[in-house]
Design a protein around this ligand. Sequence first.
Ligand SMILES: [Mg+2]
Length: 324
Amino acid sequence: MKKRPGGEARLLEHIEKTFRFPGDKRLLLGPGDDCAVLKHGAGRDLVITTDEMVEGTHYLARFATPEDIARKLTRMNLSDLASMGDVKPVSCVVGSGLRKDTSADFTRRFMKELKAEALRFGISIAGGNLAGARENHFYMTVWGETGRGGVVTRYGARPGDLLLNVGNIGLSAAGLEILMAGDKAAARKFPGLVKAFWAPEPMLAAGAVIGRNKLATAMLDNSDGLARSAAILASLSKCRVILSPGEGLCGPQLRAYAARAGRPWRHYVLNGGEDYGLIFTARPSALRSIKKLLPAAAVVGRVEKGRGAVIENYDGKVESFEHF
Ligand SMILES: [Mg+2]
């Protein structure tokens, strides 16, 4: 549900320009990447991000439990830390705006699951905020630590690089379709798709392997689908990304669901977001190490000179994703 139309992309660009303070030497990486990076202490940097879930925008009340919301809020935030490379999550603050009719039971269950998630991922909950609101919404700011100069940004892709994905891809969008349709039979038949939407796995271990071994030239987490991720990398790294998602990318549940829905599976892989896998570029010489250290990583395209993102191998069609 979290699509970014052209207007929002332009607004983000304006925000990034407005808040660029070239004089601040403590801010190592500012708006425009998955996380901000700040000088923190001797040889350590602080990596920080924020994200939120809004009822009616990111989910509908009729298919969301408080546990679902707590889980996804935590994981979508941690995913941004994972996409920066070798980052150890430390702590978070959490807030929410709640409608008057929100039950005490809902709030208790949300907090219980939030605590379980914090323990699961080894972070503390350092504080937060509570307010009344017209729409329920939940937000988190999470931070982690990394060694100096250890982060992988969105800016380093170069012509000749390969484009890779590690983690779920396309599953979450299919899961959301099932939830939106209220299709109980499909939810039972394809539990992996619904789980991909509600409980994505932040790729912290894979991110750490990529960062520590300097395997990637650029990286981001897949929050908006492969096509949009490629367009972002192309734009920020000033290169052209050619996408060629191969058959191996599609697991049995997505394949079966796509056939049932009458859509090509690539539709979900290219346009579906909120999978929170890692999409990264790497020199071809790094491929052998990548395959050894991250056997699940798959090549999904390549980088060339030029601009924009283009898809080949999509039922014979080539689609341009230069502008969203
Ligand atoms: Mg991100």
